[in-house]
Design a binder for this molecule. Sequence first.
Ligand code: WT7
Length: 655
Amino acid sequence: MAKQEDLQHIDALLEELRVIEPPDEFRRNAIVNDPEIYARAEDDPEAFWAEQAGKLRWSRPWDTVMEWKPPWVKWFLGGRLNVSVNCLDVHVEAHPDRVAYYWEGEPGDRRTITYRELYEEVCRFANALKGMGVAKGDRVAMYLGMVPELPVAMLACARIGATHSVVFGGFAAEALRDRINDAEAKVVVTGDGAWRRGSIVALKENADAAVEQCPSIEHVVVVRRTGQEVAWSSGRDVWYHDAVDGQEATCPAEEMDAEDPLYILYTSGTTGKPKGILHTTGGYLTGVATTHRLVFDIHPETDVYWCAADVGWVTGHSYIVYGPLANGTTSIMYEGAPDFPDKERWWSIVERYKATILYTAPTAIRTFMKWGHEYPARHDLSSLRLLGSVGEPINPEAWMWYFEYVGGGRCPVVDTWWQTETGAIMITPLPGITRLKPGSATRPFPGIAADVFDEEGWPVGAGKGGYLVLRRPWPSQFRTIYGDPDRYVQNYFSRFGADVYLAGDGARRDEDGYFWLLGRIDDVMNVAGHRLSTYEIESALVDHPAVAESAVVSRPDPVVGEAIVAFVTLKSEIHGDEALIVELREHVATKIGKIARPHSIVLTDDLPKTRSGKIMRRLLRDVAHGRDLGDVTTLANAEVVTTIRSLSAERKDDE
Ligand code: WT7
């Protein structure tokens, strides 16, 4: 007789066999409806990308499409352009009154911003930044919630050639401080606060605490959003509304080299120090504009597109700001939580603006699933024609739920794999031509050479797992780690040689050549779509005076994907209790941000170590997953495992 587990296994296999064809109507009107695009791009990738780049406005054409000195690459050499001109001026000339953003605040306030209005606001703030002494090449940090002033500030930097560094508003003061200092930013743009689930995130307070230890900061620009009293440092601080008041609504755009920096965005790596991913101008814009148009099948006159990510992450940079604006898209931008004031918020937004495209993360989809399909069912979602997913592997159940209950069974779902480093989508369906398999990101985008390698660097056969790699450069590729070129080489281009980009993900390819992403293969975790390093959290824990040692691992979680489990040993004189556990969790929240707060903390007298003294994370992972531990006799302290096991069984979860 079949056991329960076997049945589940068979279910999973059956799910993988499900294939969903592009609906006829979708295919007929799709921008890409000829699979020949793959062969054309493969034949001559440089020509393919040059054709795409040619759709942008250049003030000087490039001389050379690509120059590759592995691992270093440059695109569109000699070409000159300005990103803000492509995102604004081009559209102001053609359709000034088209809406760029329908913005909705969490409390329910709304703003409609046309391309002309956005252009004028960007110019005013660009002039204000210049007035503060910001010049081409200077860095400007941003620490804001989801308010229109965030894209405005980014585009203002792009207009004058300054490099922006957006820090997610959920990060704590220390995380902000480290990022500002690494980039040596001159100005930070923040807010008095941000709305989140009805309460105020104290942005200004955090920014003040950070800036106290940031010698490079000359000015703090403050957007008034939540309205409460904030501390003020006169001379240094300036209200955003005062800064733009009386400024000219035009501002000459700095002519940038294709390879000039556009922005730095910090992301977690395998060490405690976040990496400043550097993106440049011409290649990046080509990559995001092309993928946005073709993956989301953008018809700018009629589509209302909603990417429900936060601008503080790369998804927001590429698919709320630069890609959509370059394509003259009308977007929705929503400030707050999905369950404020109730669990229907998203669906009432889709209905109100008649959204045609929705792009979100599996963790959000699984949360909606948990809440129940009655919430989307209460709203008219018939305007939707395409759905997207990003940030982590999407399990077939969540995929099918999204397809059925949000998409009404008529919208293709594009599962898009990419990273902060890749700048743009790399593995994805093209919705008018790709047969979808729930749970698979399907195929590399045209021109992208993705592969799966074994330990030795040989492509693995169908059905086998291995390391996901990219075998040739692409225009939106990051150019380096800011201030740390060695780490760029070491981290990404040493495992399989300088001409092979190591993504850090595991993957499997099936007999149709479809890619199935298997999650990270390094010490990077993906918690609710947020990228965190185990080491970063361990450092935050060890920083607490009571902690001697810590080891952080993750365990699978039905909603957030990976939940954080911390094993902690205390200094000998300290007695651990519930109160201390609460304190440790809060300590991590103050050091990094709430997103990094461990879901469970297990206090233990010792951690399992090899004879050479290395903490056995693999074993702790097995404990956290509740798996069989196998042979532990090679450990220096085998007996500790039994203790840890019983301890972690006692404390399943404290959420
Ligand atoms: C990591 C990159 C790309 C924007 C958001 C995250 C995971 C991302 C998928 C997907 C499976 C995915 C990978 C990747 N990831 N998209 N569709 N299927 N995994 O950007 O913070 O740089 O994280 O997110 O593990 O390496 P990021």
